[in-house]
Design a protein around this ligand. Sequence first.
Ligand code: NDP
Length: 331
Amino acid sequence: MNYSPQKNRYSSMIYNRCGASGLLIPAISLGLWHNFGGVDNFENYRNIIIKAFDAGITHFDLANNYGPPPGSAEENFGHILKSDLAGYRDELIISTKAGYFMWDGPYGDWGSRKYLIASLDQSLKRIGIDYVDIFYSHRYDPNTPLEETMGALDFAVRQGKALYVGISNYPAEATKRASEILRKLGTPCLIHQPRYSMFDRWVEEELLDILDEEGIGCIVFSPLAQGLLTNRYLQGIPSDSRAAKPHGFLKKEQITAEILKKIEKLNEIAKTREQSLAQMAIAWLLKDKRVTSVLVGASSSEQLSINLKSIQNIFFTEDELEIIDKTLKME
Ligand code: NDP
């Protein structure tokens, strides 16, 4: 396979400090939720990962359940790490998570210490590494004391199996409490991973301010609303798109006439900025200094190349922001 990374790979990426930590992460990170599983094409996802690394993407985001089947994205990433990126572990930020259903019985789901610690061990085996850079609690568990879940994250760091910890999908109030607990334990919360896009702006209400105050970084997922905020669905539903795949999380029913009207209008606005809609949607997130990184997905290296160009223009005029807001509120 003989891959040797581009020598100039760090020259065009922007690296942002993650909250109040010492860690810099790229403005664009790559997520392996879809397109890297056992059902996907090896050469295609290998190309995406290599393209990403060559373009200065140092951060690759996994979870125990990514696939399908669950666990296969970690295994596949592990193979590429071993064959292509073996000499580059210290240039990579690899994250994984536990919080959603993984195995039968009472210990394979949610937020207990029992589940999180066992799951991290399994993830490390699948990826074939001794430690992850970031270990996340994937979702808030209202039935487990937050002290227990945060204690498990702290324990993972003390075991040497994670360097930093994060939380994902936690509501604002639970985030504040989690941050306080982790700080007392001596393992500050590095990062929060919420969903955020033009189509889903819940983080703007409270969460982003809390993260700022607490010195927690923010890496946002599904920035393109799983592909809606691109030109992908403007001429119907392509057979190779996420919405057409049986295991895709984007459902055909979500592509309504109302959504398409907004996408068309946003596409026109993007053209006036000399960006594609995908590029504008990513840039629109990065304009906020509280957003440390935008976690994109891609089903081809061409999509990733397009998305990477977003960082060339993350400035918006007041007029542009206003017309985007109006479009998003359009009935
Ligand atoms: P996006 O919103 O970026 O959607 C990615 C999809 O959009 C691609 O698979 C592709 O769809 C389409 N796309 C991407 N770029 C383009 C382009 N330039 N032109 C046209 N279509 C494009 O993100 P994801 O929903 O994939 O989420 C990203 C990552 O966030 C995940 O991999 C995961 O790491 C993380 N995540 C975390 C969650 C959590 O609970 N913490 C939940 C969900 C995601 P197509 O396949 O149709 O080509």
